[in-house]
Design a protein around this ligand. Structure first.
Ligand code: DGJ
Length: 728
């Protein structure tokens, strides 16, 4: 049993971890433990003194040591004498905002709960158990149902909360976080993933400072700038040793991760919808569902934690036909043509690609309306006949005749002022009455909280997807949302808009992905501005970054790999000099880097030299061979490309018989001693043959002595070594 209850103590057990909490004699739900399995009630660790200025709940009477300001709590609130960051907050009709939650009961079920209208981890009944703990305010009829999904084999626990108004007055929910985790002891550091457009998910590791630190997004998307994932790790934690806890929020909008290091050197993590621009009116009888947070912990470093997240996201977040099968090798015309294309050019690009083994042509931005540059056409999802005189029917048929599949680009949530849609429906735009809307890339945003907008998008996109043999959709989003306002909401409820926008997005994604189960959907947001587990529930892959420079990608993909599996990371070989950095790298270096993802091309292959074409043909062949290992194997970060002179990573099959090492040596120095790369995850007893030169090494030697990085000449030198066990 994954969930066990002894008295009022709850044990959530996975293969290697224990999560423990207890409703005490006042009914306050205390958090006792999240760590390795101890086989013990961990309450003995909680022995608090009388701390001045930390108040005591009235029921504690003369017990000045009982304070919610000091003890670890399972779901912290306001107005009960806890002055740390709360997980939840409400305001009643009289303006008061206390919420004193006490234990009411619990329920255990086999399987994993779902969340209405929101993405969530899913599992079969035998794979998971759900625990629901109900807490009730001592005065009002507000209840909070804490939901836990326990996936023992994955070492994963999911969390979500439901705020229920069982009373007769309307309350305003002004904070409803998904996760609250109190850690009483230990010196912890945190790692978050920051960046900007073209530079996503740079890990930043910092000791906790007393007070509150946070990473968040107010942009209407999870954003390039911060990612809704966080790592807490003990001082000294490395890839292969030490304790760390990871949390990933399945949410694609404004999020907030807050960590407080308190007066007693205790740590509290809360994570959920950003409280900036959030307030939800909860009428009698209504409930509010928070998004889901995925939690996992490891006592053997970040590598194990990443493996746990990779597995659960790949197997129990991603859905649909493509989640576990090899993805098509794509050629996308964006960097080859930008807006300047027609049927003839696209067919030529496809022809050159088909000859080298590419599976699918993706037609990017510019095929619709009057879209000849980025200042027009968004919203007009009908074919531009000047560019494609025979329509999609003719183009797709020609591409199919080359033996290739066809995919198409949309940016559904956007609208150009110069579009028929805007002329017909200016009221569909997100804007504040009486103010000029903020533009981003010249464009405005559609109010996704409106059902009529979503119906329009569903109809017009369905029409396109039905008119020809279209097998793939790239779903883009190219600006931050700022001037939040919806015409459909009364003034008192405008702060519901950012969350309603995300719910609208999920509604449309659900309808379209269900209606077109054979279409592969790839998420995108100016590259990786919406790279989160929420999008991955609908789209099993996401374009990782608009920066396609191979060197830069080693860093961006390194940061992305802490939480997200390689099969989800959209990654292509593009032209040189690179369009974002001007850097020139070899086709092989670009290929090796792009293989650490879904793999494809983003250039006109006809323009390559014959020897470069031969290399492309070879690398497509290799990807077809290595793809299952890359996507299903375990992924190991063998270097830190932000600190080392090289980026090297490794994939190992589940039986430890196949091993692929790829990467890039950034620069060569004269008289340089070659570095040994220490492989990981091998069978120490097995012998492995290196395909490139036939040399045989023992697993023990490869892991402890290492293998010398190949000889390098020049800069950005690709690394590729394939080893296979020879003794069965
Ligand atoms: C941003 C995407 O990330 C690019 O790949 C491309 O699709 C452009 N948008 C098109 O406008």
């Amino acid at each position: 049993m994954a969930v066990r209850v002894e008295g009022q103590t709850f044990y959530l057990e996975t293969k290697n971890t224990l999560y423990q909490m207890k409703a005490d004699h006042y009914g306050v739900l205390k958090h006792l433990w999240y760590g390795v399995k101890t086989g013990q009630d961990m309450e003995y660790l909680l022995d608090y003194p009388d701390v001045g200025f930390s108040g005591n709940i009235y029921d504690a009477d003369r017990d000045r040591a009982y304070s919610q300001d000091t003890m670890p709590l399972e779901y912290a609130t306001e107005g009960v004498g806890d002055f740390r960051i709360p997980a939840v907050g409400v305001r009643y009709e009289n303006g008061a905002s206390a919420l004193d939650l006490r234990y009411e009961g619990y329920r255990i079920e086999d399987g994993k709960y779902a969340i209405p209208g929101l993405p969530a981890v899913y599992a079969e009944e035998y794979e998971a158990q759900t625990l629901e703990i109900t807490l009730k305010d001592v005065v009002s009829d507000i209840r909070v149902v804490l939901k836990y999904g326990v996936l023992p084999d994955f070492d994963v626990i999911t969390r979500s909360a439901v705020i229920v108004n069982d009373g007769s007055q309307t309350v305003m929910v002004n904070k409803a976080h998904s996760l609250c985790l109190d850690i009483p002891y230990g010196k912890w550091e945190w790692i978050h993933f920051h960046g900007r457009h073209l530079k996503e998910r740079t890990p930043e590791r910092r000791p906790l400072l007393h007070g509150v630190q946070q990473s968040s997004s107010k942009r209407g998307i999870s954003s390039h700038h911060q990612n809704p994932t966080v790592l807490l790790c003990k001082e000294g934690c490395t890839e292969t040793s030490g304790t760390c806890i990871g949390a990933a929020l399945m949410y694609s909008g404004c999020f907030q991760t807050q960590i407080e290091y308190d007066q007693l050197n205790q740590t509290r993590l809360v994570m959920g919808i950003n409280t900036h621009m959030f307030c939800w009116e909860l009428k009698p009888g209504e409930r509010f569902y928070t998004p889901e947070a995925i939690l996992s912990m490891s006592s053997t470093g970040f590598e194990t934690l990443s493996h746990q997240f990779h597995r659960v996201i790949r197997e129990h977040v991603c859905r649909g036909k493509y989640k576990l099968i090899e993805r098509p090798v794509l050629i996308n015309n964006w960097e080859a043509t930008y807006f300047d294309f027609n049927e003839e050019k696209l067919v030529e690009i496809a022809r050159g690609a088909a000859e080298l083994g590419v599976d699918m042509l993706v037609m990017d931005d510019g095929w619709f309306g009057q879209r000849d540059n980025d200042d027009a056409g968004l919203g007009d999802w009908y074919v531009n006949r000047d560019k494609l005189p025979g329509g999609l029917e003719s183009l797709v048929a020609k591409v199919n005749d080359l033996g290739m599949d066809f995919g198409i680009w949309f940016e559904p949530e956007m609208i150009s002022e110069n579009s028929d849609l805007y002329r017909a429906h200016p009221e569909w735009v997100v804007r504040i009455p009486g103010r000029k809307p903020v533009r981003g890339r010249y464009q405005l945003v559609l109010d996704m909280s409106r059902p009529d907008v979503r119906d329009y998008l569903f109809d017009v996109m369905s029409r396109i997807l039905n008119c020809a043999n279209i097998r793939y959709v790239k779903w883009d989003f190219n600006r931050s949302v700022s001037d939040w306002y919806s015409e459909l909401l009364p003034s008192g409820r405008q702060k519901e808009m950012p969350h309603r926008f995300v719910l609208g997005l999920y509604d449309l994604l659900e309808r379209l992905t269900q209606a077109f189960p054979d279409v592969l959907f790839e998420g995108c947001c100016g590259g990786g501005g919406r790279f989160d587990a929420g999008v991955l529930y609908y789209c099993p892959q996401i374009w990782c970054s608009d920066d396609t420079d191979a060197f830069e990608r080693t860093q961006i993909q390194y940061g992305t790999s802490f939480f997200y599996p390689i099969s989800t990371i959209g990654s292509h070989v593009s032209a040189v000099p690179n369009h974002q950095t001007g850097r020139t790298t070899s086709v092989k270096a670009r290929g090796v880097t792009a293989m650490a993802g879904t793999f494809g091309y983003e250039l006109d292959l006809n323009k390559l030299l014959p020897e470069e074409k031969a290399e492309v043909k070879k690398q497509i062949g290799l990807f077809k061979e290595y793809g299952p290992l890359i996507h299903n194997g375990k992924y190991y970060r063998l270097s830190n490309p932000f600190e080392d002179q090289y980026a090297v990573w490794e994939y190992v099959s589940s039986d430890a018989k196949k091993v692929l090492v790829q990467g890039m040596i950034f620069r060569t120095e004269p008289n340089m001693l070659r570095y040994p790369i220490y492989l990981r995850g091998l069978d120490p007893e097995k012998k492995y043959r290196l395909r490139e030169d036939g040399i045989i090494y023992s697993g023990n030697a490869l892991m402890n002595g290492g293998i010398l990085i190949p000889k390098a000449w020049g800069d950005y030198v690709p690394v590729e070594m394939y080893l296979e066990a020879i003794d069965g």
